[in-house]
Design a protein around this ligand. Structure first.
Ligand SMILES: *Cc1c(COP(=O)(O)O)cnc(C)c1O
Length: 424
């Protein structure tokens, strides 16, 4: 018996997929046959396109300034609660929608370091594989507040293990900042165990959930997490630049003071009083006027995720990455490609990373053919698989196109000597 082709296996998987019907809920681009970058920018939902048009005419256009009283003023908190309930495992009153992930994290980090119980501690733990903005923020804040950074150095294929954290924390640790899913390898850190270890050392933990929210079954309350923040334009399909959410554990909400003291987070903002006092509850983490228009599209995606259920979304994510790994082994590893994501699905987020020296030159060929993955210098392609919008057929087309591009680039006189050596 011969093995069915990747395309035939993909169509069997799509036919058996209980979430396949969601694929049609997304706007499709005519010139794209395989969109494999939903981990950087999710596709728009069809419902979002309608919601945006309706907002202009019916809400902004018809309600005008009255819209603030009617719903916009509360939206950062009502939407925060909705994100918390749908994808974060967070009860109400702990999640808000703020500015970019970078700015929300800045506010949470500063607030954490100023907590009296923590303020005497002088170290912040972070890993060298973390996303640049996380590392840059901490460099700046450490200089600002006289703290020292303690670095964990994970492997390229892996990420931060509980043992790394146990070895890095002490009575000097104020805060640990980690990504739940490593942006490069897709490695999933055991957040419950790491949170426990950080608490044993008397420190606080901030989870960056950019590559988790909307794709993994996150359980912030269950983990006992202190703080979290994450993007909404990746797996929550909020559109370019849609604002991040922040989470603050209930017991910390009213004791933390954030540094960007704006009127929208103040007690009784419309009194226009002489001095700042923080609002009670999670509203105190807001600063200026919320970006209402940028909060529209994600609401339509949350509708879909709620309908599917985050458990089913994660199951589909696992099935997609398992299929991608299977095809990488079959079609790309024989051509010198290296899988730099974990092989164990439990330890892997929703993207699969592969490395090859010719990938930088493969990207233009792939784009020309309507295959859009993500490229990370120096030689990594990330196949980002967004559970509700990516089909198994797209995975097969995408991996097949990478193989074809490699064949072309490394044939005969093509390619550098290293590339030719790497290709079989
Ligand atoms: C995408 C991403 C960010 C982006 O932060 P912005 O402020 O939205 O630009 C931060 N952290 C991680 C881990 C990311 O993957």
């Amino acid at each position: 018996m011969t093995t069915p082709t990747p395309a035939a296996r993909a169509s069997a998987l799509d036919a058996a997929d209980p979430l396949a019907r969601f694929h049609d809920e997304f706007v499709q681009a005519d010139d794209v046959v395989a969109y494999l970058d939903g981990n950087s920018l999710g596709r728009p939902t069809r419902a979002a396109a309608e919601r945006l048009a309706r907002f202009t005419s019916e809400e902004w256009g018809a309600r005008l300034i009255r819209g603030w009283d009617e719903s916009w003023y509360e939206l950062p908190l009502t939407l925060g609660d909705r994100i918390g309930a749908t994808v974060l495992g967070a009860a109400a009153g702990q999640t808000f929608v703020g500015e970019s992930t970078t700015v929300v994290m800045y506010k949470l980090i500063r607030a954490a370091l100023d907590l009296p119980a923590i303020a005497g501690r002088d170290e912040i733990v972070v890993d060298s594989g973390n996303f640049p903005t996380d590392r840059y923020l901490l460099e700046g804040i450490a200089a600002e507040r006289g703290k020292t950074l303690v670095w964990i150095h994970p492997s390229v294929e892996g990420g931060v293990e509980p043992g790394d954290v146990a070895g890095a924390v002490s009575e000097r640790t104020a805060l640990v900042l980690l990504s739940h899913v490593a942006y490069r390898s897709g490695f999933v850190t055991d957040a419950a165990e790491v949170t426990r270890l950080v608490h044993d050392a008397g420190a606080l933990v901030l989870w960056d959930l950019c590559h988790s929210a909307g794709a993994l079954d996150v359980r912030l309350d269950e983990w006992g997490a202190d703080l979290a923040a994450g993007c909404t334009y990746k797996y929550l399909n909020g559109g370019p630049g849609s604002p991040a959410f922040g989470y603050v554990r209930r017991e910390l909400v009213d004791v933390l003071a954030q540094p960007v003291q704006g009127w929208m987070g103040a007690d009784r903002p419309f009194d226009m009083g002489p001095a700042y006092a923080p609002h009670a509850g999670v509203r105190r983490f807001l600063s200026g006027t919320p970006t209402i228009v940028s909060m529209l599209a994600m609401q339509s995606m949350l509708d879909l995720v709620a309908e599917a259920g985050i458990g089913a979304v994660r199951a589909k994510s696992v099935a997609l990455t398992e299929f991608a790994v299977e095809l990488v082994d079959e079609l790309l590893v024989p051509r010198g490609v290296r899988l730099t994501s974990p092989r164990d699905a439990d330890r892997r987020g929703s993207h699969v990373t592969i490395d090859h020296p010719a990938f930088e030159r493969a990207i233009p060929l792939l784009w020309e053919r309507g295959v859009v993955p993500d490229f990370r210098r120096p030689e990594g392609i990330r196949l980002g698989l967004s559970p509700l919008s990516t089909s198994f057929a797209e995975v097969a087309l995408g991996v097949g196109a990478v193989r074809d591009a490699l064949v072309e680039l490394t044939a005969d006189r093509g390619g550098t000597p290293t590339e030719r050596a790497a290709a079989v």
